[in-house]
Ligand binder design. Sequence first.
Ligand code: PMP
Length: 269
Amino acid sequence: MPLAEARVSVEDRGFQFGDGVYELIRTYGGRIFHLEDHLRRLEQSAEAIGLSIVYSKSRWKEILEKGHARSRYPDAKLYIQITRGAAPRDHSFPKKARMSVIVTVRTLVPLPTELREKGASVITVTDLRWGRCDIKTINLLPNVMARQKARSSGAFEAIFVRDGMVMEGTGSNLFAVVGRQIVTPPKGPAILPGITRDLVMVQAREARHPLLEKGISLEDLLGAEEIFLTGTTIDILPVVQVDGKTIGNGRPGPTTRRLCQQFLQTTRL
Ligand code: PMP
């Protein structure tokens, strides 16, 4: 149905408590990109908050492909949101509620070419999020506040910093090139296990770039030769400024550019 006609109850626990999980998947050339990885993460997120998803992979595929076909968008953002459903407001789980499952299809507006070519600026913010950032929950208030702070100061993204260590962006994972080695914070409860992050790591290893999952201090980040962000809608985005400080020579570096080209190729397969 048209998005404007879709309705949920005011008692939906997604609306009341942010009690739900989500995924954002995209298409390239009209084909859904890495659906299985996204569905696996959705299942893990749901399980972590005590929900079990009943749709099979083929059912999801059918729903998403049908929605995409109906939309007629050449490339789309396919958004899935699952909440614990509508029930009288009470923090504990309702005995009788049906999960609300929502799928929306939106046209995918590519990032401005200039941003990609020149690289983005980011700011750093204190990480005020909870202890399970590996769950893709719809509770995104700290991300919302941080992203707004970035945009208000003319930056593209905000990077969360916890105890002097950089974690990830509000909607992206973070990589840096330090001493010619590509580094990225390790998976764990403090970051979202990005699908794009995994793909970039595989590709970097295939290209025999030295790559290490390890903690990155803010100091190391500011002194990095190159920095880039990864995410479903941005794929690989070079970063050339952090908190007003220029990174490298202020232009996307050779390692980042090589990885971008490599990534682009896989989206065309
Ligand atoms: N970290 C956070 C906090 C995010 O919201 C996202 C975007 N979903 C990512 C990282 C990147 O993940 P992915 O590559 O799977 O889009």
